[in-house]
Design a binder for this molecule. Sequence first.
Ligand code: HEC
Length: 146
Amino acid sequence: MMRQNWGSDARHRQFMTNGVPEPYASMRDPLPDTLQVLARGRTVFDGTCASCHGARGLGNGEAGSELSPPPSNLVALAAMPMMRSDPYLYWVIAEGGAAIGTGMPAFKGALTSDDIWSVVQFLQAGLPGAGLPGADLPETGGSEER
Ligand code: HEC
């Protein structure tokens, strides 16, 4: 088993009780499932998320090392059916953790919605090639452990 690295216990409890709020609850990814979208998502991840979540998304980035709760392991998240949904991921990334007092930033002003959907797809695919700049994306993004 991969070591779980959950900084999102409070978030998961809130989600189990209240679900995802509107307008996010009814949002669905409008982008096609293409390698171009995945590549864009990886660029967003490398430039915007890896500092806290780690180059491979395991939750161990330098900028997140002092945060309490710590950044989540996003590779493990990709394997959780309820958490990997379009509405949940878009909501978390757009609104961040202000409402639950965590250090997860809100990206709705900093990223376009296409950038957010791209990184959502990249997370759902299991972060293929994260931390391996220049590496070709695999034909299918797996969620296998690295
Ligand atoms: C300043 C550090 C920081 C940055 C930068 C950051 N995050 Fe986070 N993130 C956190 C922390 C801390 C948590 C855990 C607390 C929470 O869930 O709010 C978290 C939680 C999450 C979760 C919820 C995980 C779960 O288990 O439910 C997702 C999804 C996520 N981040 C995605 C991203 C994406 C995508 C980016 C880049 C666009 C990003 N984060 C950038 C700190 C960061």
